[in-house]
Design a binder for this molecule. Structure first.
Ligand code: FAD
Length: 284
């Protein structure tokens, strides 16, 4: 079964987790998962450490989610991997009846020199289709503000199109706070003949310093007015949280009203901010 907009409903809502490294983290994750599953999202995705560093932990979380009766979508990155190891992971997922996957290139972990046998996410998508036909609904990544390593905006768009041509069903974006970047990216993709749903990735704001760190690494811009306002709060965590909730809820509202095909929340394994935004949007 391949999901499409008809089977997934008009607007797809999903949550992302990362696999915790400690038993305390695992316990906290379970509590977050139990809170968020009450909102009945379409699926929960689980990240994957590039180079396979979280292979077992990603698998474990995904199995737990499936066993609870929810739809799980493991992320899978190809950088630093062999085709044989990716084939083995795909087989494991098929045995678990997992039918949804987020296919990524990933970033080569420091100290790892070999980029592996598949160089780009488009090659991974092609490989998954060759090995497993239509078994998986394949998500790929999209970058409304363009990927930090992109040679140019136009080349990045063309590489995005290659992932779609290789067989991706839907895309999830890097998070952004400039809504115009998202609409512009969707328009540019459509003008190239790309018409899969491009679902906005949403990053709730819990801490300004964390947000700056993430954004520096992934190339997502924090608009000046948000940066200035956050800076003015200093260590006042309550004001940062309240302002962040207003900004992100407004962004989600504008996206849904404007016709975005859904929202994918980067929960960072925390339930509270995502729950408040979800409730304020009236999604429950
Ligand atoms: P690609 O689509 O392969 O693109 C990477 C870069 O290569 C781009 O600059 C593109 O323009 C360029 N490119 C593509 N094809 C070609 C070509 N043929 N020739 C030349 N250049 C080309 N990382 C993880 O490690 N684990 C995760 O679980 C994870 N989950 C993510 C989920 C989402 C929704 C997103 C948006 C990102 C996620 N990431 C994750 C981060 C991601 O792995 C990095 O952004 C990575 O740098 C790029 O992965 P990609 O799949 O977008 O790569």
């Amino acid at each position: 079964m391949v999901l499409d907009k008809d089977t997934m409903g008009a607007q797809v809502l999903s949550f992302e987790f990362f696999p915790p490294a400690t038993s305390e983290g695992r316990t906290k994750w379970m509590s977050t998962y139990q809170q968020l599953r009450q909102f009945k999202p379409e699926f929960f995705s689980v990240t994957y450490g590039a180079g396979g560093s979280t292979r077992d932990r990603t698998y474990e979380l995904v199995s737990t989610i499936q066993k609870e009766g929810d739809r799980a979508a493991p992320h899978l990155s190809c950088v630093g991997s062999t085709q044989e190891s990716i084939r083995a992971i795909l087989d494991e997922y098929r045995q678990q009846n997992i039918r949804h996957i987020v296919a990524l290139r990933g970033d080569l972990p420091s100290g790892m020199a070999d980029p592996g046998e598949l160089r780009y996410a488009s090659e991974l998508v092609e490989f998954i289709r060759k090995e497993t036909g239509d078994w998986f609904h394949i998500e790929v990544a999209a970058y409304p503000e363009y990927h930090p390593q992109a040679q140019s905006a136009q080349k990045d768009l063309l590489h995005f199109k290659e992932k779609v041509n290789a067989g991706a069903n839907t895309a999830i974006t890097q998070y952004f706070y400039n809504i115009d970047a998202y609409w512009s990216f969707c328009d540019s993709a459509a003008s190239l003949g790309v018409n899969i749903p491009i679902i906005p990735g949403i990053m709730p704001i819990s801490s300004f310093s964390k947000l700056c760190r993430f954004s520096d690494a992934c190339g997502a811009e924090i608009p000046r007015w948000i940066r200035k306002k956050m800076e003015s709060f200093g260590d006042d965590a309550v004001s940062i949280r309240a302002f962040g909730l207003d900004v992100v809820t407004h962004l989600c509202d504008q996206l849904l009203t404007g016709g975005a095909p859904g929202l994918h929340f980067y929960t960072l394994n925390q339930a509270s901010l995502t729950s408040v935004i979800w409730q304020r949007l009236g999604l429950s």
